[in-house]
Design a protein around this ligand. Structure first.
Ligand code: ATP
Length: 324
């Protein structure tokens, strides 16, 4: 992948010496993050794992521009960020949909903002395309109250990806979902990411999820003063198939390495809540069931959508695609 990337694309996300200190009413500010460094090439998926409270969300919200940094810098596509922007889309654990709008209207909210020059029909086509991509083609006109938690989270994911962001930030997006829905959505997202090659940072407490979803896993040390402790390459080709990944000879070793790191951090005084590692049996049992629940992503149709998906024109022409 790296051979075809430009120098900027090789350092598409660059987090340098990042620091965050939160004010403390009882004394000195607490330096939660101290010297966090991470470089991601364009299109890479990195998972962050670490003990509860180590500062994972703090790093993600600083990259989103929603949380001020106390030191260091963050650059995306060669430009230092200075606040939130549509080039970085965030999906949190709760989907945060507007309850009085249908799923289509919720997705259109973002599309209308990012593609104001497209016709109404073109914008609707884009929103419908991404809702179909997450398996909601039949639920365009449903309100959040009419949908399950998993369906609502799909809408949130469609809304984020429809912005065609440079960077997708996922903060435990499956945290509230049952195992089956969780695995289903992991595969939905992976398929979209494989097709769109969106640079993605995923926070998870689930080791199997981290291995399945990512190109690298970033293991954070326990706070305070957390930083990157270790980076682990996940050598599986993409697109990925869960059964093949689980049966791969190096899967167990990768898992052991991640667990060992977390245990070591725990012994050094990590927070009490352990990252979730209790779903190994579930994972194994559900592999077969999942292969029957995959959603087929529809083929891309329509000139407007094709133009929308032409990331080359977007990158060259600034923040707007030329035709949509
Ligand atoms: N706004 C804030 N003000 C003060 N302290 C904060 C604030 N936000 C987070 N913290 C503290 O910073 C530390 C890191 O929090 P953060 O939410 O980033 O951790 P995390 O690794 O994402 O946790 P979890 O895995 O439980 O979601 C915690 O000790 C938390 O209490």
């Amino acid at each position: 992948m790296h051979k075809t990337l430009t120098p900027t694309d090789r350092r598409y996300v660059e987090i340098f010496n990042l620091t965050k200190a939160y004010p403390n009413p009882y004394g000195e500010a607490v330096r939660v993050i101290d010297g966090f460094n991470l470089v991601m090439p364009k299109g890479e998926v990195v998972s962050i794992i670490g003990h509860s409270g180590c500062g994972k969300s703090t790093v993600l919200t600083m990259l989103a521009g929603l949380n001020e940094t106390s030191g260091g810098s963050i650059a995306v596509a060669g430009r230092e960020i200075s606040g939130p922007g549509p080039d970085r889309a965030v999906v949190f654990q709760a989907p945060c949909l507007l309850p009085w709008m249908t799923s289509l209207q919720n997705v259109l909210l973002g599309v209308d903002r990012v593609y104001p020059h497209g016709t109404k029909a073109e914008r609707r086509q884009i929103a419908e395309y991404y809702l179909s991509a997450v398996g909601l083609a039949d639920s365009l006109h449903k309100f959040p109250r009419e949908m399950s938690g998993g369906m609502q989270q799909r809408v949130g994911i469609a809304r984020a990806i429809a912005l065609k962001p440079r960077v997708l930030l996922l903060d435990e997006p499956f945290g509230r979902l049952d195992s089956l829905t969780r695995m289903d959505l992991q595969e939905v997202i992976l398929r979209v990411l494989d097709r769109e090659r969106i640079t993605t940072l995923l926070i998870t407490h689930d080791i199997d999820e981290a291995i399945f979803m990512s190109d690298r896993v970033c293991m954070m040390t326990s706070g305070p003063k957390a930083r990157v402790g270790k980076l682990l390459d996940i050598p599986f080709e993409r697109p990925r198939d869960r059964a093949t990944v689980l049966e791969h000879s190096s899967y167990y070793d990768l898992r052991v390495e991640l667990v060992a790191f977390l245990e070591e951090q725990d012994h050094r005084g990590g927070k009490s809540k352990q990252p979730r590692d209790d779903n190994w049996d579930d994972t194994m049992h559900l592999v077969e069931a999942m292969s029957a629940t995959q959603h087929d992503v529809p083929a891309l149709q329509g000139e407007a959508v094709a133009s929308h998906l032409d990331s080359g024109s977007r990158e060259q022409g600034g923040r707007r695609p030329q035709r949509v």
